[in-house]
Design a protein around this ligand. Structure first.
Ligand SMILES: Cc1cc2nc3c(=O)[nH]c(=O)nc-3n(C[C@H](O)[C@H](O)[C@H](O)COP(=O)(O)O)c2cc1C
Length: 375
């Protein structure tokens, strides 16, 4: 894969290989997309001072989290409607995680059932929960995640309401996709994607299908909108805490007071994130929110990070600022869309190689030394 050595190469190739509506769904932010750009720019502004002449150096990236040893503090963030971006994505992501020994977070609105994705991840699976309004639905989803081998639960806090995604509206992203002239025309010029769709079938919210009353629900998107949004509160989080016995992560936190309340409510980790710039265009860059949250709660529980990571050096930047684990959404999906079956593995290899190289270039044998190399 020497012709695709960077995530940016995967991104360019992905755009050429998948239909326009899929690309718009994957790449878009919200509003003017200032938050997307700002995430990247704020990461790029973080610089290191190398310390040299340390002799042979073998950087170690293995990281223990929640009692499991991972190859590196790099994980696959939850992505919904994965199969629209690349058919069969959840199976491929789970298998990539198992092969590389990194966490893979299955979204509530992923396109595979937890019962299938969990075993494919071979112990590397975490489950992401969009908080259902209905108590019974929540209980059932959490129970299914536990029974399917998912070891951690990630509750997403930063979708208090559906976001305005103007590019997606213009591209008419629909769930399930509506087969009309637009879809057919856009798919026809993307033969690799179309071939995989024929093989794997149209993307569906397989994990949620059993709850949907076909007679009353026109489409699954309607069900998702009506049942999974706008419910989360600290009282609700306490109920989740009561029900889920394993490690509990709250994702999408930007405010130190929120982070503190998550810890007070029983969270085992907090994930600093602005959803990759997809929710609030005027959001603080996620990386700019990280230090204050690490300051407030870093001693009590680990702090995770995502939003804008496009290379191993970005992973190093977040780790240097106090993150214990770094997740990527788009980077892995660019890999799948660009390459297919082995794409997520290749994306990980790029991120990992980049991280190891930054450690070597800055003179860090361990991840914890990165903090001392910041300007
Ligand atoms: C296409 C797409 C779908 C996503 N779906 C979900 C989701 O279902 N649940 C969730 O918690 N986050 C979701 N996210 C947010 C990611 O988990 C993550 O926060 C974000 O992608 C990080 O930014 P990055 O793409 O720059 O790495 C989604 C992101 C993208 C790009």
């Amino acid at each position: 894969m020497d012709d695709l050595p960077a995530i940016a190469d995967l991104e360019r190739r992905a755009k050429r290989r998948i239909p326009h509506f899929s690309w718009e769904y994957l790449a878009s932010g919200t509003g003017t997309e200032e938050a997307v750009r700002h995430n990247l720019a704020a990461l790029a502004a973080i610089k290191f001072v190398p310390q040299l002449m340390k002799g042979p150096l073998e950087p170690v990236t293995e990281t223990e989290m929640f009692g499991v040893t991972y190859a590196a503090p790099i994980g696959i963030a939850p992505v919904g409607l994965t199969g629209l971006i690349w058919p069969g994505a959840d199976e491929l992501l789970a298998k990539a995680a198992a092969s590389r020994q990194i966490p893979y977070v299955l979204s509530t609105v992923g396109t595979e059932k937890p019962e299938v994705a969990g075993p494919n991840a071979e112990g590397m699976g975490w489950f992401q929960l969009y908080p259902p309004r209905d108590d019974a639905l929540r209980k059932d989803l959490i129970e299914r995640a536990a029974n399917s081998g998912f070891t951690a639960l990630v509750v997403t806090a930063d979708v208090p309401a559906a976001s305005r995604r103007e590019r997606q509206r213009k591209a008419r992203v629909r769930v399930p996709p509506v087969i009309g002239p637009l879809l057919v025309a856009q798919s026809a010029i993307r033969p690799a994607w179309s071939r995989e769709i024929l093989r794997r079938g149209m993307p569906r919210f397989r994990g949620l299908e059993q709850y949907i009353d076909a007679a009353t629900m026109k489409n699954t998107a309607g069900f998702v909108g009506a049942n999974l949004g706008g419910t989360l509160s600290f009282e609700y989080l306490a109920k989740v805490r009561e029900q889920w016995e394993g490690p509990l992560v709250v994702k999408g936190i930007l405010d130190p007071d929120d982070a503190q309340r998550c810890v007070d409510t029983g969270a085992d980790a907090v994930q600093v994130s602005n959803h990759g710039g997809r929710q609030l265009d005027g959001s603080i860059a996620a990386i700019d929110a990280l230090p204050a949250i690490v300051d407030r709660i870093g001693g009590a529980v680990p702090v995770f990070f995502d939003s804008g990571v496009r290379d191993g050096i970005d992973v190093a930047r977040a780790l240097a600022l106090g993150a214990s684990f770094v997740f990527c959404g788009r980077a892995f999906m660019f890999g799948l869309a660009a390459i297919g079956d082995d794409g997520a593995k290749h994306a990980y290899d790029i991120l990992h190689e980049g991280l190891v190289n930054v450690m070597a270039q800055t003179g860090c044998a361990t991840l914890s030394e990165l903090a001392d190399r910041l300007v």
